[in-house]
Design a protein around this ligand. Structure first.
Ligand code: 8DG
Length: 162
């Protein structure tokens, strides 16, 4: 009779399912915008109930759709969520973050020129926060390492009328 694996060394089924999900599912590529006001504060939005990571604060944006350029996804998401038209933006920082149940590639762009006044079109609470207060703003885990990049461009944002 063939040897059967020892049950005690097999990973529990829930762990196996989670592992399979992480291995098989490609990371979601998420475009997000760093939008500064004239006081050098940056705009963040709270994830609504029922969505992944509900209650956490994030930079406005969403997933890249098939066939879309990154700038197009950013423009579409910020139009849908905030009602603003992005005229120019630059990639600021991009990396992959692993949550327990999914992976995201968070691609944060500095919005250098836009028109319109950001408003919450999807019911998400919004707030303008000084970059130095972002640490205690309840940002999602993937977003926290982005704070130093924002500190580097904060001075630029203050001296630049958008
Ligand atoms: N928009 C945004 N999403 C973020 C940030 N940080 C972070 O971990 N995420 C995660 C949360 C979600 O798992 C994923 C974004 O998904 P989403 O649900 O907002 O995307 P979407 O607007 O395209 O929405 P949907 O079509 O899935 O409803 O990325 C961030 O700063 N901004």
């Amino acid at each position: 009779m063939a040897d059967r694996p020892d049950r005690t060394t097999r990973p529990p089924p829930r762990f196996t399912r989670l592992l399979r999900m992480i291995v098989q599912r490609p990371p979601a590529h998420v475009l997000a915008g760093a939008i500064f006001d004239e006081q050098g504060r940056v705009l963040i939005a709270q994830r609504p109930p029922g969505k992944h990571l509900a209650g956490g604060w994030e930079f406005p944006g969403g997933k890249l759709e098939p066939g879309e350029e990154r700038i197009e996804a950013l423009q579409r998401e910020l139009d849908e969520e905030l009602g603003i038209t992005v005229h120019s933006a630059e990639p600021l920082i991009c990396y992959e973050h692993h949550y327990p149940d999914r992976r995201v590639v968070l691609d944060l762009w500095l919005v250098t020129k836009y028109t319109g006044t950001p408003q919450s079109l999807e019911g998400q609470p919004l707030q303008w926060v000084a970059v130095n207060d972002l640490e205690k703003a309840g940002l999602l885990d993937a977003d926290k390492p982005m704070i130093p990049a924002l500190q580097r461009v904060e001075g630029w944002a203050l001296g630049c009328k958008m």
